[in-house]
Structures are given as C-alpha cells and as structure tokens.
Ligand binder design. Structure first.
Ligand code: HEC
Length: 202
C-alpha cells in the first residue's frame, strides 16, 4: 500500500475579520488553548426506544472518543465550549484552502449535527449521516469535507456508525444556523482557525 505524503501545518491561528484584502500574512491571529474534552450531551427520553439505550450509550462514547464535539460545538476551539449548544455547530470556522497564499482562504463552519430538521441533520437519512462520518460526503456533495478528519473514521464498523447515528437522533434538537461557507479569496465575518493538510506542488 502506498501512503500519501502529508504535511500537517501544526499551528492554529485565529483571525479577526477585515474589510480590505491584505496578504494573508497581515491577518492578525492568536494562539488558542484547545485542550478541552467535551462530554456528549445526554439522550432525551422519548426520542429513543428504551431497548436501544445500550446502543445509544455506545454512540455517545464513540463521539467522545473521536472528538466530534471539539469541532461541532461553539467555543470549543477557544477552550470554552458552550455546553448548552453542544453539537449544534461552531461559528468559528476552519480554513479549507491554503491560508498561506496571497488571498484569504476559504472557510467552512462545522455544522449543526443535532437532529433539528431545519438547521441540523434531522432530515438526513442514516445513510447520509454515515457517509458524512466515514467518507466525508457532506451537504455540498461535490467535494469531501477536507477539514473533518473522516479518513480517521473510515474504518469504523457498520455497528459503530449505527450506534453514533442512533445517538445523534436521540439528543435534543437545537435550532442554530452556523455562518455560511466563505469562498477562497473572500473575507470572513466570523473568526476561523488554520488547521489543514496542504502539500506543495513540488
Ligand atoms: C476537525 C473538525 C471536525 C471534527 C473533529 C469532526 N467534524 Fe464533522 N464536520 C466538520 C466540518 C467543517 C463539516 C462540514 C460542514 C459543511 O459542509 O458545511 C462537518 C460535517 C459533518 C457532517 C455533515 C453535516 C453537514 O451539515 O454537512 C456530519 C454528519 C458530521 N460532520 C459528523 C461528525 C462526527 C460524528 C464526528 C466525530 C466522529 C465529526 N463530525 C468530527 C468538522 C469536523
């Protein structure tokens, strides 16, 4: 098997918004203390069959183990997660294109993965949720969710994914819309972090 060469840029930077378009190096940033372990919000009675409780508890455990909340919860990147809105998305985004270029990077905001029908994944099928987790196929469809480490989730078993899906359906739906994706070169109105995989062309 051949392994791709991957360069991890191991720094995190938080940008404040700007109106003009100076080079990326002019973006002001600060280092964040992201070392936060986030507990899975509890399932809500009535949203699951009591016979499924073991499966749901396993799903909650998997979510903690795989660090899903650390992106999908507002404030988690800053070390101050808003637990009242756990898993309802983050208004601090993640750069998905090269933040070191001349232009501003493209930015994507970790989505609301509570079962809210309007702003979360309440209307997604089990298959769609599973494909997002294991294959990085998101609502944009055309490209993989590069900023989510789905590669590390791709070997999850069907049972593990089913447990996570059952858990995600059992938690409280929270109506919260994260900021819209920002195209590369455009300025963001919400802060974002640099956290990605980039490879030089030679
Ligand atoms: C490093 C940050 C990060 C981690 C960790 C992470 N995600 Fe994501 N996730 C994202 C981003 C960013 C998106 C894309 C949002 C979009 O396309 O608008 C996303 C999209 C999704 C989607 C598709 C929903 C949608 O509206 O696009 C699901 C489902 C999902 N994540 C579940 C999970 C689960 C379950 C885990 C843990 C196993 C996890 N994520 C871990 C950042 C992350």
């Amino acid at each position: 098997m051949r392994f791709p060469i991957i360069y991890f840029f191991s720094f995190l930077a938080l940008s404040s918004c700007a109106t003009d378009a100076p080079p990326a190096s002019a973006i002001s940033y600060e280092e964040l203390d992201t070392a936060t372990v986030i507990a899975s919000p509890p399932p809500v009675a009535g949203r699951y069959h009591p016979n499924d409780r073991d499966k749901i508890d396993r799903g909650a455990y998997m979510m903690e183990l795989l660090g899903c909340s650390s992106c999908h919860t507002n404030g988690a990147f800053d070390g101050e997660p808003d637990m009242g809105r756990a898993l309802a998305g983050s208004n601090t985004g993640i750069a998905f294109s090269n933040p070191l270029g001349e232009k501003y990077p493209g930015i994507i905001y970790p989505s609301n993965i509570t079962p809210d029908e309007e702003t979360g994944i309440g209307s997604w099928s089990d298959r769609q949720i599973g494909d997002a987790i294991r294959a990085g196929v998101g609502r944009h469809g055309s490209r993989r969710i590069v900023t989510m480490p789905w590669q590390g989730y791709s070997q999850l078993t069907d049972d593990d994914v089913a447990a996570m899906v059952a858990y995600l359906r059992s938690i409280k739906p929270i109506n919260y819309r994260v900021p819209k994706e920002v195209a590369p070169g455009k300025t963001a109105t919400s802060p974002f972090i640099y956290f990605g995989v980039y490879r030089s062309k030679r």
